[in-house]
Design a protein around this ligand. Structure first.
Ligand SMILES: Nc1ncnc2c1ncn2[C@@H]1O[C@H](COP(=O)(O)OP(=O)(O)O)[C@@H](O)[C@H]1O
Ligand SMILES: [Mg+2]
Length: 297
């Protein structure tokens, strides 16, 4: 049986779903941590070593998690993904897609540069620059949000609503990422998650948070929604702009009915989404990877 590596440190529900989906197509998938890979140039015919794949490299790798760590550790993990791709092994999503999306500053820049609607954003090094922008915006009645450049599941995100909030305004690892806060349409707080695979939308949901953070990991409640043409177009264009095989695109609708793309996730979860749609997202992902990269059966 051909073998696939699923890069993850916490396989959990998603890992299990993927393993089953690969097995359904005749592939054995095994979990591996990127921390257990090596570059060994003394064996140039086989320069990347993956634990459990010592005899033969996998037919493809599915990236479900890239561990955190020092800058050098993270670059090393991305090097492994880049090197595997160079060796013509399908990497789903590839290292470049992950780099672009994990970095919220680059995501914002690329979305804006492609003419897509994304909230006004500043990525700054100096506290005085951050304070200047924040003061100006608050005076104009514009609330802001500050986020870590590398963050997920709503971690470290704060809202700046009033001048006294500036007292605690601190950088996240030396960088200030400030963004216009978008007041969402309707009652309470919600945003929209659209799942895109191979340039097609496959499912969407509304996430209703307990507060303005609408991450499922923070307890947001999932509701079914119908995709309209504009949402479909934006989600597909955002995924293509970040050159991803698949993505979870976060979009907020404001009170005027305009959409704002907040984030394009290259390693999105789909457990919440499956509670409101009858699809097997893992099988769709696996089939897309195997079909498009023509992995042999
Ligand atoms: N500019 C914004 N205006 C209003 N709410 C926002 C904004 N940015 C993020 N949020 C809320 O915070 C959540 C998490 O933000 P996001 O940028 O997606 O980071 P994470 O990677 O932590 O999910 C979003 O799903 C949304 O509910
Ligand atoms: Mg998000």
């Amino acid at each position: 049986m051909q073998r696939i590596a699923i890069f993850t440190d916490e396989p959990g529900w998603h890992g299990k779903q993927l393993k089953h989906a690969f097995l359904n197509r005749g592939y054995q998938a095994d979990y591996v941590s990127l921390t257990d890979c090596k570059i060994q140039l003394d064996d140039i015919s086989f320069p990347i070593k993956i634990k459990g794949f010592e005899e033969k490299l996998p037919y493809g790798v599915f990236v479900r998690g890239v561990p955190g760590g020092s800058l050098q550790e993270v670059i090393f993990y991305l090097d492994i993904l880049h090197a595997l791709k160079q060796l013509k092994i399908p990497v789903y999503n590839d290292g470049h897609a992950i780099e672009r999306s994990v970095d919220k500053g680059m995501t914002s820049f690329l979305l804006k540069n492609a003419g897509l609607p994304t909230p006004m954003t500043w990525v700054l090094r100096a506290r005085k620059d951050a304070l200047l922008i924040a003061e100006q915006k608050l005076k104009q009645g514009q609330k802001l949000i500050s986020k870590p450049l590398f963050g997920s599941q709503g971690e470290g995100i704060r809202r700046i609503e009033k001048m006294t909030d500036l007292l605690w305004l601190t950088s996240s690892n030396g960088i200030y990422y400030l963004q216009h806060f978008i007041n969402c349409a309707g009652a309470g707080y919600s945003d929209i998650r659209v799942f895109v695979i191979n340039n097609q939308t496959v499912a969407a949901m509304r996430r209703r948070g307990n507060s303005w953070l609408n991450n499922v990991a923070r307890g947001a409640y999932c509701e079914t929604i119908e995709l309209n043409k504009r949402l479909t177009h934006l989600a597909i264009k955002a995924t293509a702009t970040l050159k991803m095989d698949y993505a979870g695109v976060d979009i907020i609708e404001d009170k005027q009915g305009n959409y704002h793309i907040i984030e394009v996730n290259s390693i999105p979860a789909w457990k919440g989404l499956e509670t409101v749609c009858p699809l097997s997202i893992a099988q769709l992902l696996v089939d897309d990877m195997l079909f498009r990269y023509q992995c042999p059966v």
